[in-house]
Design a protein around this ligand. Structure first.
Ligand code: SAM
Length: 230
């Protein structure tokens, strides 16, 4: 991305070199007209339609039905994409991470290695039922209204999950990080490029973006917070 704003000498999002992930295969599902891509853009406020009771019911029912086979979509290579985001995105950890759309908990343990408490939020009860009870705390809720205190989270982590920009911003502590990962990059149904994540979030943000195998990710912080002064 190119620099924006007065006096911005650094790019808004700095692209890191791509790294290979041996054995990584794309889901091959995500296209601009995929229903979940459309929903992703609606939820993020990038396209019209918004998020309402009908959208919530559709998405909940879809993921309830996918829950029993969700484990077939996990692999070491996909976990390597998340690990790359945490490592090269300098997500060193903190007290609290809110994991939005945690599914069957595939990545919660990885997050719990870095954060004292991981609140793993999902809309689908069937997904949550299949997730281990520890180390993350499982929370059945709609991320459009996160049941967490304002400014509580050192990181809000979204791995193939819908972005509700106002709630992510509200939940995040000063100096906190937004971690956005798409396991199959542009081929992920729930995909947004880093520039759209930045555009959707309220206020100004900076960060880094990477590509690992077919996966893409970005880690963002609010512009002007202490990370900019390091
Ligand atoms: C594509 S799956 C990703 C699951 C997991 N993060 C992964 O990558 O394996 C999206 C998850 O987000 C959940 N989800 C969808 N809409 C949600 C919402 N509004 N609030 C919370 N979770 C939601 C779904 O139930 C599903 O478990």
């Amino acid at each position: 991305m190119s620099p924006t704003g007065p006096g911005a000498s650094e790019p808004v999002v700095r692209e890191l070199p791509a790294v290979e992930v041996p054995g990584h295969r794309v889901s091959g599902l995500g296209t601009p007209d995929h229903p979940m891509r459309i929903m992703t853009r609606r939820a993020a406020g990038l396209d019209g339609g918004g998020w309402d009771a009908e959208a919530r019911a559709q998405v909940e029912s879809l993921f309830d039905s996918l829950a029993p086979e969700w484990h077939t979509r996990t692999s070491e290579a996909r976990t390597a994409v998340v690990r790359d985001a945490l490592d090269r995105g300098a997500v060193t950890g903190g007290a609290v991470a809110v994991e939005v759309g945690s599914g069957i908990g595939t990545y919660s343990t990885l997050l719990a290695e870095r954060f004292g408490l991981v609140a793993a939020v999902d809309l689908s009860y069937e997904m949550l039922r299949l997730a281990p009870g520890a180390p993350a705390a499982r929370v059945h809720a709609d991320a459009a209204r996160l049941p967490v205190r304002t400014g509580c989270a050192d990181a809000v982590v979204l791995i193939n999950a819908l972005l509700f920009p106002g709630e992510v911003d509200r939940a995040l502590a000063p100096g906190g990080l937004v971690v956005w990962v798409n396991s199959s990059g542009e081929h992920t149904p729930i995909h947004l490029p880093a520039r759209d994540v930045v555009a959707a979030l309220p206020g100004e943000w900076r960060g880094v973006a990477g590509r690992a195998g077919y996966g893409t990710w970005c880690v963002l912080h609010r512009a002007g917070d202490r990370r900019d002064r390091r």
